[in-house]
Write a protein that binds this ligand. Structure first.
Ligand SMILES: [Zn+2]
Length: 367
């Protein structure tokens, strides 16, 4: 076998990117499709049963894998990762993803809400400036911010007394929050600005108060954030490449009209504070990110002038985001252009990629 060209489904979630005068959304541009009037949120590259990519003959990648798992993957079962291009122009819900043991339990208990039994660690690599909330911020920073406001100073006391975020989160989940008009907002304070932005998008949603208690991270293009299991996070705005374990299990904590699972959040969230620096994924130009916390995938971003050798006996997905590249293997070679996506079967031998132009940018996900 060799590199198989994929056709990949687009998710038009409401928070996706819409066209503006003369500018088409990034995913529509990438695929060379007409934007019509839809929001272009996510391009899914993988074999998740909810929206599997297809081969050129129309067969689902998940079906092709089910027919010949060992040739395609080198093992039984399904592809272990899902690669996405993600473009958000308004904030996504605050959420966390269960660890493996919790996912297995929740899938048995609530199969409608938790469609698979897998965990979902995820890494987001910024294609544009990307604003993210991820992980609880250092507790003294939140105490200082709350102390500066009469309307929130009782939360400063609560944090000082309890020493972690669990009691405060319980208040927020129960909607025991001050009203927006009573909060003394300052236009020069970035947390206040973010809170007002979230409130505008989700008026009345107590999840907006997470603006004050999570790490607020502004990724520059080329930086990446890694979100482990049970870590609260929300993508606010930007374009990026996201790779995750193949799962669609989400526990929503706020900023959503969908149901929130207060009980599950209180049970599963990791309330320990972190810092923006510990949420950043280590960036290595040569090897991409292989995360110790996730044996399921590695994401590499290959730029113009770089080459890439694929490991033997492992599947990979290649997405050309800009420019072009030559893919070669024992059986031959082919040219991959911007917007094209290929699946490298596990039994492809001596597979490599070389970029053709300096403006080339390629995402490669592999097991
Ligand atoms: Zn997530």
């Amino acid at each position: 076998m060799t590199f198989l060209k994929l056709k990949c489904p687009v998710q038009h979630y409401a928070w996706g990117e819409k066209g503006t005068d003369g500018n088409s959304p990034f995913i529509a541009q990438l695929l060379g499709e007409d934007a019509v009037d839809l929001p272009w949120a996510e391009l899914w590259m993988g074999a998740h049963p909810k929206a599997s990519s297809c081969l050129e003959n129309g067969t689902g990648l998940n079906q092709a894998i089910a027919e010949q798992p060992v040739k395609m993957l080198g093992h039984e079962g399904n592809l272990r990762f899902l690669l996405k291009v993600l473009c958000c122009s308004s904030p996504l819900s605050i959420q966390s993803h269960p660890d493996k043991a919790t996912a297995e339990r929740l899938h048995v208990l609530y199969p409608d809400e938790f469609p698979d039994d897998n965990h979902k660690p995820e890494v987001l690599w910024a294609l544009s400036p990307f604003r993210v909330l991820a992980g609880f911020r250092p507790i003294q920073e939140a105490i200082a911010d709350f102390n500066a406001k009469q309307s929130l100073s009782h939360w400063a006391r609560l944090l000082s007394e309890t020493g972690d975020y669990s009691a405060l989160c319980r208040s927020i989940f129960e909607g025991d929050t001050p009203s927006f008009d009573n909060i003394e907002l300052e236009p020069s304070n970035e947390r206040d600005v973010l809170f007002a932005e979230l409130w505008k998008a989700y008026p009345g949603d107590s999840g907006t108060f997470f603006a004050y208690i999570l790490n607020y991270i502004r990724l520059a293009p080329g930086q990446a954030v890694f979100v482990p299991a049970n870590t609260p996070h929300a993508y606010i705005e930007g374009r990026g490449v996201e790779c995750m374990a193949c799962s669609d299990n989400v526990i929503r904590a706020g900023l959503t009209p969908k149901s929130k699972r207060k009980d599950l959040l209180m049970e599963t969230l990791d309330f320990a504070p972190s810092s923006p620096a510990c949420m950043l994924a280590k960036n290595s130009a040569q090897t991409g990110f292989r995360l110790d916390a996730s044996p399921d995938f590695r994401l590499s971003m290959v730029k113009g002038g770089q080459n890439f050798m694929f490991p033997e006996n492992a599947p990979a997905i290649v997405c050309v985001l800009a420019g072009s590249a030559e893919l070669s293997c024992k059986e031959g070679r082919l040219n991959a252009k911007s917007g094209e996506v290929f699946f490298k079967t596990a039994d492809t031998e001596m597979a490599s990629l070389s970029t053709s132009t300096m403006d080339t940018l390629i995402a490669i996900a592999e097991e």
